[in-house]
Design a protein around this ligand. Structure first.
Ligand SMILES: [Cu+2]
Length: 362
């Protein structure tokens, strides 16, 4: 009897204690989370507004371009032992993209990582280069009707844009981007004398060269129109949405993501280099619009889609043979460019950690 009551009482006490602890813990967690969330939301009462490139005033366009040039000239923080080819703050970000290429593409956190990466770039331009505006986006759907308009996009303007195509370079490789029209050095605009050092691919040793572009109006017409955009944002859940956006690795199976990269970079341009593509400042214009596509999709059902995340942790591991799916707690890094975050921190563009919005959505 005595023993029974002793053992009978112990679990009771334990249960009481555990109940107490769990109430305390969950209250603490919820309060902490709500507290953090509220204070973060309170901190984001005045989001900066991202706008389409052609809607900026000429003065705003020039302000942005000179901030990018400032970032390109600002001494970098990456040690030479890590990347001998990296010189500038701009290249600090290219380095981290190159280092992580195989971990951040064709995975569930592809869009979260690039949303964050673009916000880190935007923050760099604002805090280190005195830029007052928000990161602009490039709505390519405005430039593909008809595809022959592609090279005339205001984004390629020689004065109020990023400069245009490279001269045509002969090639008939089996892996050429269909419809390519350039391949040489960018011959006009603010980045005509830019020196690219990182890449090609994962080479961090330093290979000084010009910025190349190899525009493909055909590819743009095929993958960057409203049809493809609507197809992408009409997907019912994040897993399907992000896969349609990703597309496959072949040129016949591209999504919006590859569409923007290969319509600008073609075969020979930096934008077509999966590793070193952030070398072309247009990268951030394209990825900001992809982020806007994601936010357009989220905004159609915010209640569910602010927390909807899935997709493999490992490159193209859609069957989860190597690891599981990404969750909100999945940790992400941009190296020395910012403190690590979790996917959760990037789900809401007005959540507090991030604090920006778009002037219009799809
Ligand atoms: Cu990328």
């Amino acid at each position: 009897m005595a023993q029974m009551s002793r053992f009978g009482k112990l679990p009771q006490l334990l249960i009481l204690l555990l109940l107490h602890l769990s109430v305390f813990a969950s209250a603490g967690t919820i309060a902490g989370r709500n507290g953090a969330k509220n204070s973060r939301q309170a901190a984001c009462t005045n989001p900066i507004i991202r706008k389409e490139w052609r809607t900026l005033t000429q003065e705003e366009q020039l302000d942005y371009l000179s901030a990018v040039k400032c970032f390109l000239e600002k001494p970098g923080l990456t040690p030479a032992s890590v990347a001998p080819g990296a010189v500038s703050r701009y290249e600090d970000l290219v380095v981290t993209h190159i280092q992580q290429t195989m971990d951040i593409h064709f995975v569930g956190h592809f869009l979260p990582w690039h949303r964050w990466f673009t916000a880190v770039y935007e923050k760099g331009l604002r805090e280190e280069c005195g830029y007052k505006g928000a990161q602009p986006y490039w709505d390519w759907t405005l430039d593909v009707n008809p595809p022959s308009n592609w090279a005339k996009s205001p984004v390629f303007d020689p004065v109020y844009g990023f400069g245009g195509n490279g001269a045509f370079v002969e090639s008939n490789g089996p892996n050429d981007v269909p419809g390519r029209t350039g391949g040489g050095c960018v011959a006009d605009g603010p980045f005509k004398d830019m020196v690219i050092r990182l890449g090609p691919m994962d080479d961090l040793s330093g290979n000084p060269r010009c910025l190349h572009r190899d525009l493909s109006p055909y590819f743009a017409g095929r993958y960057l129109g409203m049809n493809q955009t609507i197809l992408t944002i009409s997907q019912p859940d994040f897993g399907q949405f992000t896969r349609v956006n990703d597309g496959g690795p072949s040129f016949d199976d591209s999504g919006l993501h590859g569409g923007g990269h290969y319509s600008v970079g073609g075969t020979f341009g930096e934008m077509g280099d999966l590793y070193a593509s952030p070398s072309d400042p247009i990268f951030y214009m394209h990825h900001t619009n992809l982020d806007r596509v994601w936010w357009s999709w989220q905004s159609r059902d915010l209640q569910n889609r602010l927390t909807d995340i899935s997709g493999p942790q490992m490159l193209m591991d859609y069957e989860n043979l190597q690891a599981g799916n990404v969750t909100l707690d999945f940790k992400m890094s941009v190296g020395l460019n910012a403190e690590d975050v979790t996917v959760r921190d990037t789900m809401d563009i007005r959540g507090g950690y991030l604090c920006y919005d778009y002037d219009s959505l799809y």
